[in-house]
Design a protein around this ligand. Sequence first.
Ligand code: GLU
Length: 478
Amino acid sequence: MSLLTTGGSGVRVRFAPAPTGHLHVGSLRTALFNWMFARHHGGTYLLRIEDTDLERSKTEYTESIITSLTWADLLPDEPFVIQTHRDAQHRHVIEQLLAQGKAYRCYCSPQELAVRCTKATNEQDELFFSYDGFCRRRQDAHRTGTYVVRFALPDNNEPIFFDDLIKGRITFERSYFDDFIIARSDGRPMYNFVVVVDDAFMRITHIIRGEDHIANTPKQILLYQACGYQVPQFAHLPMILGPGGHRLSKRDGAVAVLDYQKDGYLPDAFENYLIRLGWSHGDQEIFSRAEVVNYFLLENVGKKGAIFDIAKLAWVNSMYIKHKSDAELLAYIQRYLAPALRTEVGWDMQTLCQVIGLYKDRVKTIRELLDEILALWHGPSLFDVPQLKTTLHNQVVQHLDTMLTALMPHEIIWQAADLKLIMQQCASTCGIKFVDLAGPVRVALIGKSTGPGVSELLALVGKREALRRIMMLKSALL
Ligand code: GLU
């Protein structure tokens, strides 16, 4: 992504997805807000793949995340970091904390823990077992056996707080925390710890992420302080909600970004929609990237969750489709939805562009546009005759006959303007309105009575094929 220069201001942000699934709509919005913040401040936007959950992380998901970010034009400004590749550095910092007495080995067995942990609740009112710090004080220093590494919570009762750039001050009571584990018994460092070490390594100045991470923030702040790292600023984005007001989930429809790509949403339209979901600049709905970069301020991000509205997304998409050139839309279709389009339909590029031009004001997605192109190329294969008979004029067969006779002569010029004149003459010969003739001809050509101008459709379908389709409808109605 190339708007404005990067890196000059010292602002460094990162998007840090876990490759445990395809990129989620909410995660793409997080990436986008990080990108906008970086660009607004002339900073740097980075990517880190957080794959330390070895059981759930998969390479195919990393690939899928990169594919989604490529589609969205949100690749990072520097090579991305893979968290597990930094395992040795994580372990090294654990050793340092142990040497400094800021962490300690805990040898307590499950039976011992059952005695030494008391029930407590955390800031989310969830029950947890608060460890009494026994191993921190034990004297038998040369003990052997399996152990976990615990963080030695600094000895004071001060609440922990931070000034969130979106939500304001957030405070946590000390009683919500115990000497939490930072490395498992197999030596693998825990999530909250590696995030801190990596954010410091990547020199992150602002952490912009989903509000589901608020509960991790106080632990991470304590770890930043213990490691001697500068604590970054935090901004927690409200969740994207489903229509029922709960967190958007698969129950509400597609949540994977790539599903929206397949369904025919343009990346810039999709992102325009996501930007507005929880951020506003007056009443403006459609933004160019340059405008977004110019206007973006975290202060204008809403504090509450925003509801994902597919109808509005479709509207935004239709606006973007209308404003793209026919050639751009064709290139997009060939790149993302139908690479084999030119072998499936026999039109040349110029004719394909004309077809696109005819339909682009009428569709909400590129998928619909593709379906229309294919429908026009292939024509209807079957007609719902009983249904048609209820809607079409009872003389329709004679009208189609008149049309066929008028269209057959060799000398007619097969162009929309001339075809329109011929149709107007036919309608008056039959004593019917133009629309009453256009309707059945459109049904013959594309299987439905509504759509673009029928003379344009006739011109694109070509003489032989148009006559064949009109004859086919006529025989079906006999
Ligand atoms: N890996 C976390 C996630 O996918 C993000 C952690 C963070 O941004 O600090 O939700």
